[in-house]
Design a protein around this ligand. Structure first.
Ligand code: AKB
Length: 322
């Protein structure tokens, strides 16, 4: 199996690439990104190619030269950056995906993983236990590109028989590569400031509740979905949930380990994005169809995050370089 991971230097890609290399061998998994890998593990465990997915010729060359059969298409501009650069968000998120689907149709690509997002929902969607089938009318460019992406994946699957599978990820919390340009980034940033013993200025209100997930669950979900028997899948892109908490509840949980940790709430333009997204997600279809079950709740996630970041701080490498 020859696998391509686009967006391999990003928050999810940098960890998913390593997990895939452990399973399928280092040389079988080609990491592609627009910046150099920040972690030594990612740089040394297998091939890396520099790639902009919006450049179809460059993408075609990588697919052909490496005989790619499976693609985890993680390259994306996230919600907050997408509002600052909507044209770039469309180019990377929609034209990049369209390039990949067209090339997949013409080449030997067997399977594609497409990460969608809770950003496909909008203010007219029910915000509590948001159903699998519901209103998709986002107010962000990122959300618009993710809905478009879901529809494109559906079209290419039905029209050309491609095996494409997707997940609507909530905010992802991880201790390795920090996220960049998302609305849910505060839930990661808070940990970095806490382990440094500094106060955090949070860009959403204390009572802002959003669905979140710890990285080990995020990776497991992608692997489980890709390995599920196709006949069991009623949907192409599944709702996915693990936990929901407010910014204030996260700070309170961190404070159990870091007494005196202070957070000031100074909402900016990202508050309106957060307010347009669900507070919690109904993922019963994923649970029923392919056995989805998250392992981490708020307290386990917070304990592991603080332990991992404290170890890195003690070793003098809290922030990745690259
Ligand atoms: C973002 O905040 O933009 C992402 C997402 C929820 O898709 N983390």
């Amino acid at each position: 199996m020859r696998i391509l991971v686009t967006g391999a230097t990003g928050q999810i890609g940098s960890e998913l690439t390593l997990v895939l290399r452990e399973r399928y061998g280092g040389d079988a998994v080609i990491a592609a990104g627009h910046r150099k890998p920040a972690s030594a593990a990612l740089a040394s465990s297998g091939p890396f190619v520099s790639l902009d997915v919006a450049n179809r010729d460059a993408l075609a060359r990588v697919i052909q030269e490496h005989g790619i059969e499976t693609v985890y298409h993680l390259a994306a501009v996230l919600s907050a950056t997408g509002e600052q650069h909507p044209q770039r968000a469309w180019d990377v998120n929609v034209n990049g995906l369209y390039n990949l689907l067209e090339l997949a149709r013409e080449s030997g690509i067997r399977q594609i993983f497409y990460p969608s997002s809770i950003a496909v929902f909008g203010p007219r969607t029910p915000r509590d236990r948001t159903p699998q089938d519901t209103v998709l009318s986002p107010t962000t460019m990122y959300g618009v590109t993710k809905v478009t992406g879901e529809l494109l994946c559906d079209y290419y699957a039905h029209r050309f028989g491609l095996d494409i599978r997707g997940l609507r990820y909530p905010g992802i919390i991880s201790s390795e590569t920090p996220p960049g340009g998302g609305t849910t980034d505060y839930a990661v940033e808070m940990f970095y400031l806490a382990v440094e013993g500094k106060p955090y200025t949070c860009f959403v209100r204390e009572d802002t509740m959003l669905p979140m997930m710890f990285m080990p669950d995020c990776l497991q979900a992608a692997l489980d979905l890709m390995e599920a028997p196709e006949a069991k899948l009623r949907y192409r892109t599944y709702n996915l949930s693990a936990m929901s908490f407010t910014a204030g509840e996260l700070a309170a949980e961190i404070r159990k380990h870091v007494p005196g940790f202070r957070v000031e709430y100074v909402p900016d333009f990202r508050q309106a994005i957060a307010d347009s997204w669900p507070r919690s997600i109904d993922d019963s279809a994923a649970r029923a169809d392919w056995g989805w079950k998250p392992r981490y709740g708020l307290s386990e996630m917070v304990a592991e995050m603080l332990a991992a970041l404290s170890r890195r701080r003690a070793a003098g490498c809290l922030y990745p370089t690259g």
